[in-house]
Design a protein around this ligand. Structure first.
Ligand code: MGD
Ligand code: MGD
Ligand code: SF4
Ligand code: MO
Length: 905
């Protein structure tokens, strides 16, 4: 076999780590960190290091599929037919209803060249500003924050600042899970310089708090009050930099009179923290030689997202903590190329080169460069508004690329109704399995990570070359190529006989055209090309033509890209989150990320490895809430918001405060009936239009679902998923996952109020291969209880427990261990008794803590029981020695056993 190594970039988070892809030209065989990449210097987290294990080929979209009428099934077609059809539907729609009757909804996970093609297509050819992206759900408040306060959408810092800072404030970010490699860098810096102060501001006590000298568990949505309260103290104590303020800022007087009212008493009450904590925080911010802030969705995903961003930047301006090493307001980007999206104008209000769609001069500049007479003036729709207009029928053709709105948008009932109502939905996707794929009239198969080429910009403004390692499978094509091909066909309708605006054959040609639009702008990257990155390595913008290196930090001279060069203090008052706790909805639901899953799980949800850490969506509640509601861990409840309900099991978790609840964001309708975003709200920030995904009013309602199902089947997981998932529609609760590294199996848990029709159970058994062959069975039809286990070559290969499922953990462990012994046969003779020795066995102990070395929580706890410390655990079990993503959790277990109250689950 011809083994090769291709250097590329991880396709997950905005840290933008370099990866070395090991492959044979057709298959990706392994990945390792690229020691030469300045984001990660060879390290990868648990997601990056398992990239080669994810993205089951059986789940890929491999050829175009077209539906010729609503209600019909899609059938396979060829690219010419697919794109000609799309071009004629778009052309007819535009001719009949105008350019604003079509829209594009794209993604922060596209490459810069993909974005640029889409933007030119929408604005220059179609002539609509209806092009928005999922970055509206993610970064748009940060964009507004930087622009309002500093004049341009540019994170001024560098990753090295994490290592150099004396005081790091992490706010609304669970870096330990969401930006693990940066967290690793911070961990190392703090172990080298323990005097470095780390403050974490998060309503929950996350794994990130493991590093914190101070954790402020503020009440959800109260960040603006907190920041104003800190500024109040900074001014009172004179912990401000008057020279900096005088020379480089404006607007402090208005802000001063606003924050006068944010007294420590008031702020401590609003935020639910003590006055001492507030003082401590202000003192460290105000007196540390350098102060760096890192933030993410806890600030952005809020109806006050723009105000939160600017209120935080105010602290940097007041203390002069910007434009020097170890200091500055550093927004962590979510998606791998959300930055590139912002640069190329991939939000409806932007244009390429950090320009504004609402600015006539900017429109004229871009139109002239593109050689068209003008660009559209009409304001474009933002994500939430866009789907509203799809639902109301104003948008009649919708093009979606590289995002899964039927999972990730808030208020799913409305979003799904919109997709259902839309006359023509095109979906450009790598996986045919996503929730949105079900709604696509035209499915265009996209090449994915490792199969395509282009560039991405990471959180620190660094542009990397994403290189193709293997041939794209089936008929999949790169996103830029699909877009350009479609645009050329649409031109025949809209600009017949004219020279093409899309004469591109390679991504590097697209990059070279795009970069000229950045010339002379704050992000000037006219000196960069694909070839230059290949020669010099990844580079940080600005990098104007003629420069010999990129720019590590911005604003060193205190001059900001505003009209008069001064940064702006922004005086927005604190406004509470939209849905406050009340008698009907007494809990605030927070949603967020888990360590080992990526968004809607189209890629990560195909690998057993990545379900090992958390295998189902569980609602975390403070133990007091469980007591108040008379619930036990594992009980199913109906979680209701003003928009809908989902049924989930609860768990006791004292990292969440009473009055709050936490649910991971990853489970859509495919893995959890209904999906998490059935509950969340579409209310958005007035400036950034970013929805408040972090806070929704909810209540718990008891459900009585005594009839339970557990099923497990080895083998082709994707195929089993496709046959079994539709059958589960009959149940009130359904959750699916994958287990078993060597022999992956699909696992199903379901529950309903009464036993289903026996015919359905027979159908499920047929899919589980349990209707005949070497199957041990027990049936008690009177009590609607039935159990089946298939044993082949002395091993369990399928299980179905119906009615009650007490033995499921025991059986799952037998399956995992490859045992099918006499005990199993005996139990099946009288399966109503508890399983031998393990009546209440749970999978908590078998939860995988360390993915790299496959070490379970049980093994770690046993090690701790034997007196091992972190070093001992690492040496003896190997856990935490590779990517390090599990170290915070191991430390938490160590700390928990050091105290008498151990909270392990
Ligand atoms: N493992 C993993 N990593 C990822 C991703 C993934 O899907 N999985 N996705 C990537 C993407 S696109 C993004 S955007 C980032 C997101 O990265 P993060 O924003 O770090 O992740 P979240 O878990 O969404 O939210 C962060 C924290 O905000 C807290 N929070 C909620 N409300 C408030 C509030 O009012 N104030 C404050 N201060 N905090 C609050 C939550 O409790 C949560 O711990 O992660 C990126 N990295
Ligand atoms: N409740 C709640 N909801 C949230 C959030 C939250 O914190 N809470 N966070 C929000 C945030 S910050 C974000 S960023 C969004 C993310 O939401 P989405 O954008 O929906 O997330 P993904 O599942 O990553 O969707 C990307 C899709 O692109 C496909 N894909 C992968 N590679 C390629 C490729 O090369 N080309 C193409 N064309 N397709 C490809 C994947 O299979 C996947 O289906 O979710 C938002 N939704
Ligand atoms: S931190 Fe992990 S997920 Fe993010 S880019 Fe690096 S390896 Fe990928
Ligand atoms: Mo995001």
């Amino acid at each position: 076999m011809n083994h090769q190594i291709t250097a590329s970039t991880c396709c997950y988070c905005g840290v933008g780590c370099g990866v070395l892809i090991e492959h044979d030209g057709e298959r990706i065989l392994g990945v390792s960190g690229d020691p030469a990449h300045p984001a990660n210097f060879g390290k990868l987290c648990s997601k990056g290091s398992t990239l080669h294990l994810t993205g089951d080929p059986a789940a890929r979209a491999l050829y175009p599929e077209l539906r010729l009428g609503k209600g019909l099934a899609r059938s396979r077609t060829d690219w010419d037919t697919a794109l000609d059809h799309a071009a004629s539907v778009f052309a007819e729609t535009i001719a009949e209803h105008g350019p604003d009757s079509v829209a594009f909804y794209i993604s922060g996970q596209l490459l810069t060249e993909d974005y640029y093609s889409f933007n030119k297509l929408a604005r220059a050819l179609v002539r609509t500003n209806n092009i928005d992206s999922n970055s509206r759900l993610c970064m748009s408040s940060a964009v507004v924050g930087y622009k309002r306060s500093l004049g341009a959408d540019a994170p001024p810092c560098n990753y090295e600042d994490l290592e150099l800072s004396d005081c790091v404030m992490i706010v609304g970010s669970n870096m330990a899970y969401a930006h693990p490699i940066l967290f690793r860098r911070l961990e190392e810096a703090k172990s080298r310089r323990p005097q470095m102060k780390v403050i974490v501001i998060d309503p929950r006590r996350t794994d990130t708090c493991d590093l914190a000298d101070l954790h402020l568990a503020i009440l959800p949505g109260t960040d603006v009050a907190l920041f104003h309260g800190i500024l109040h103290l900074l001014l009172w104590e004179d912990w401000v930099d008057r020279d900096f303020i005088k020379a480089h800022t404006q607007g402090l007087p208005e802000l001063k009179s606003l924050v006068r009212d944010y007294t420590p008493q008031m702020v401590s009450q609003l935020c639910g923290i003590s006055i001492e904590q507030l003082h401590q925080c202000a003192e460290w911010v105000g007196t540390s030689p350098s102060f760096l802030s890192l933030w993410c969705m806890g600030l952005n995903q809020s109806t006050a997202g723009s105000a939160k961003n600017s209120a935080l930047i105010n602290l940097h301006l007041a203390t002069g903590q910007i434009g020097r090493p170890g200091a500055g307001p550093f927004s962590l980007t979510g998606q791998p190329n959300a930055m590139g999206g912002r640069e190329t104008g991939s939000l409806s209000n932007l244009l390429p080169g950090h320009r504004e769609a609402g600015n006539a001069e900017h429109r004229a500049q871009v139109a002239a460069y593109w050689g068209v007479d003008q660009l559209p003036e009409q304001t474009g729709l933002t994500a939430i508004e866009l789907f509203e207009q799809v639902r109301s029928g104003k948008i009649k053709a919708l093009w979606i690329a590289c995002t899964n709105p039927a999972q990730s948008m808030p208020d799913q009932s409305a979003v799904r109704a919109a997709l259902q109502a839309c006359p023509f939905v095109v979906l450009q996707e790598a996986f045919r399995t996503t929730e949105t794929a079900a709604f696509a009239d035209l499915l265009l198969p996209a090449a994915s990570w490792g199969e395509k080429e282009g560039t991405v910009t990471n959180s620190e403004r660094r542009i990397s070359h994403v290189r193709q390692a293997i041939v794209a499978p089936g008929e999949t094509r790169s996103d830029w190529a699909i877009t350009v091909d479609f645009a050329q066909r649409l031109e025949k309708h809209l600009r017949p006989g004219q020279d093409s605006l899309f004469a591109f054959d390679t991504p590097s040609q697209i990059f070279d055209e795009y970069k000229q639009l950045t010339r002379g702008r704050d992000l000037d990257l006219s000196g960069i090309s694909h070839a230059l990155i290949d020669r010099l390595g990844p580079q940080q913008w600005p990098f104007p033509e003629g420069a010999s290196e990129g720019t590590a930090r911005l604003y060193l001279d205190g001059i900001f890209p505003t009209a008069n060069g001064r940064a702006q203090f922004v005086a927005d008052p604190y406004r509470a989150a939209k849905e406050q706790r009340d008698a009907r909805f007494p809990l605030t639901l927070i949603t967020g990320r888990l360590r080992d899953q990526w968004h809607g799980m189209s890629r990560t949800g195909t690998a057993a490895q990545l379900f090992g850490h958390v295998s189902e969506a569980v609602l975390s509640l403070h133990p007091d809430e469980l007591r108040r509601h008379r619930l036990q861990p594992g009980d199913l409840i109906s979680l209701k918001s003003r928009r809908g309900a989902v049924i989930v099991p609860v768990d006791s978790d004292d990292s969440v405060r009473p009055g709050q609840a936490f649910l991971p964001m990853h489970w859509g309708d495919r893995f959890l009936k209904g999906g998490v975003n059935t509950l969340t709200q579409p209310a958005f920030d007035p400036l950034s239009k970013q929805p408040e995904l972090k806070h929704s009013g909810v209540r718990l309602e008891p459900v009585h679902l005594p009839w339970q199902l557990f099923a497990l089947i080895e083998g082709n997981v994707q195929q089993h998923f496709e046959t079994l998932r539709p059958l589960c529609e009959a149940f009130s609760y359904t959750s699916l996952s994958i287990a078993g590294r060597e022999r992956p199996a699909l696992l199903i848990r379901a529950a309903s109020a009464v036993a289903p029709d026996p015919q359905l159970l027979r159908e499920i058994d047929r899919c589980l291969a349990l209707n005949d062959g070497p199957v041990l069975a027990y049936d008690d039809p009177r009590r609607s209880i039935g159990k089946r286990v298939r044993i082949e070559n002395g091993r369990i290969t399928a299980i179905r427990l119906a009615g009650e499922t007490l033995a499921r953990h025991w059986l799952q462990n037998l399956w995992l261990e490859g045992r099918a012994d006499e005990q199993l046969r005996r139990w099946l003779l009288a399966p109503l008794s508890a399983p031998p020795g393990q009546a209440n066995a749970s999978t908590v102990g078998s939860k995988t803590l360390c993915n790299c070395m496959n070490v379970s929580q049980g093994a770690v706890c046993a090690g701790i029981g034997r007196g091992l410390d972190l070093q001992g655990l690492k040496q003896e079990l190997g856990c935490g020695t590779q990517c390090g993503s599990c170290v915070p959790e191991i430390k938490r277990l160590l700390a928990a056993t050091a105290q008498p109250v151990a909270v392990v689950s």
